[in-house]
Design a protein. Structure first.
Length: 147
């Protein structure tokens, strides 16, 4: 595996948090934030719905060089064997935030991070990344929004 250098890491992170200069696009199973009356949907997510996020990562990996960020170990390595990296549904249900997916996509100057409530955040620099990735997001049967 090949690791990114410290100077490259500092382009994206301050103390292993994505830099504030990045804009955020939210990627979810739903087209916006769930209201109080819709929170029950979080408990009804099926394995096939959850798998849409792995499908998105697979599509991204087929088109872009990507680097997996391990916050716990403070390492960043080229993402080569996607099947070893992506969690199964069962593994995902038992892991904590420190083990959530975080990926750098250097050619897009972007970071993709998994968060709570079946949502990923695409951190970008308003350079056309969102527009470029919308077809892949849609192909994965996911939605994106930025509010």
């Amino acid at each position: 595996m090949w690791a990114l250098g410290v100077s490259v890491i500092s382009e994206y992170f301050d103390d292993w948090e994505v830099k504030e200069e990045f804009s955020q696009e939210f990627i979810s199973l739903w087209g916006g934030w769930l209201g109080r009356e819709e929170c029950y949907k979080l408990d009804e997510v099926t394995e096939s719905e959850w798998e849409r996020f792995n499908q998105l990562v697979r599509l991204l990996h087929s088109e872009y060089e990507m680097y997996a960020v391990n916050i716990e170990n403070e390492t960043i390595n080229k993402l080569e064997d996607l099947d070893k990296y992506l969690p199964t549904y069962e593994e995902n249900m038992d892991r904590g935030q420190i083990n959530f997916t975080t990926i750098i996509i250097p050619s897009l100057n972007a970071v993709l991070t998994e968060t709570w409530d079946y949502t990923y955040i695409l951190y970008h620099k308003n350079n056309g990344t969102v527009e470029t990735l919308k077809p892949l997001i849609k192909k994965s049967n996911l939605f994106s929004f930025n509010d």
